[in-house]
Design a binder for this molecule. Structure first.
Ligand code: NAG
Length: 298
């Protein structure tokens, strides 16, 4: 395939932008109130590498040669709409990974479920890549990689997850870029049981992130800073003891029929992303998986 010209991409982007009208995310945005950091999050590590704006609404994560840092929600959630606005490290960010993810475990527990957005930095002027991944009961290796249709270091963009018992959808702005269905069969790979915390972090991954680890982090450019704001969790907050967050009520917009399927417009956008922006899909990687994982054929 020939690389698409920037103008064609721009044109397509405009088309996507103006057709994307998803009832769910729009509704969530309208209800999105400002989150006070201390009330909702804890810093996971390296408090001295974390800053907020004077009004507490914008959060800066720093990475230098010594360490990165990260924060997590105080609460766990099971199902809902989770979104964050991020502006990624600009300039030379090769080797730097910024993440926004959900995980059922506070460490890398062997039974964890996890849903990841990872932003892989690059040399100045080279495009960022967005990697998504899913773990179920400690099993991962479900990576997809996408190009973006904008420069994620120039401004804030919204990255969101819609998670209900039927679908898991990764959104970039209002465009669905990845969809996992719950097929409820024996070959299903849908994380459903475990409530999850939401995490954000920045770290050095120059052993693999940029051009497969060939491009190393240039520490002369440190500190590297990623910026976060406007977190929304329009979601079911988990409360021990069980039962909580069981799908017995349908009053939440994120678990109504409209959020179980993509609308026609969303489907169109999703197909466009699939045709133009996917640069890696584990379901096509027969070198890595001579026998593809079963969910790939569902
Ligand atoms: C970095 O830029 C190179 C060259 O344009 C590209 O091949 C690569 O996919 C980009 N992203 C990463 C994460 O390596």
């Amino acid at each position: 395939m020939q690389p698409a010209s920037p103008w064609l991409l721009l044109l397509l982007y405009c088309a996507v932008y103006f057709t994307a009208s998803s009832p769910g995310p729009a509704a969530a945005a309208a209800g999105g109130s400002s989150f006070v950091f201390e009330d909702n999050f804890d810093i996971m590590w390296a408090e001295d590498h974390f800053k907020t704006s004077p009004d507490g609404q914008v959060w800066y994560l720093y990475l230098d040669k010594k360490t990165g840092c990260g924060f997590q929600t105080k609460q766990r959630y099971r199902f809902g709409w989770f979104s964050m606005k991020l502006k990624l490290v600009g300039g030379d960010s090769a080797g730097v990974v910024t993440a926004f993810y959900m995980c059922s475990d506070l460490g890398a527990g062997p039974e964890r479920d996890e849903i990841d957005f990872e932003f892989l930095g690059n040399r100045s002027g080279q495009p960022y890549t967005i990697q998504t991944n899913i773990y179920k009961s400690g099993v991962g290796g479900r990576e997809m990689r996408h190009m973006l249709w904008f420069d994620p270091t120039a401004d804030f963009h919204t990255y969101a997850l819609l998670w209900n018992p039927h679908r898991l959808v990764f959104y970039v702005d209002r465009v669905p870029i990845r969809v996992l269905k719950n097929t409820e069969g024996p070959n299903d790979f849908f994380p459903i049981e475990k409530p999850m915390w939401m995490f954000s972090s920045i770290w050095n991954a120059d052993d693999w992130a940029t051009r497969g680890g060939l491009e190393k982090t240039d520490w002369k450019k440190a500190p590297f800073v990623s910026t976060y704001k406007d977190f929304v969790a329009d979601a079911c907050q988990w409360k021990d003891p069980y039962p909580a967050c069981v799908a017995t009520t349908t009053k939440n917009w994120w678990d109504q029929y409209g959020a179980w399927v993509l609308s026609a417009d969303q489907q169109e956008d999703f197909s466009w992303v699939g045709r133009n922006l996917v640069i890696y899909d584990y379901c096509k990687d027969t070198e890595r998986y001579p026998k593809l994982p079963p969910e790939c054929s569902l």
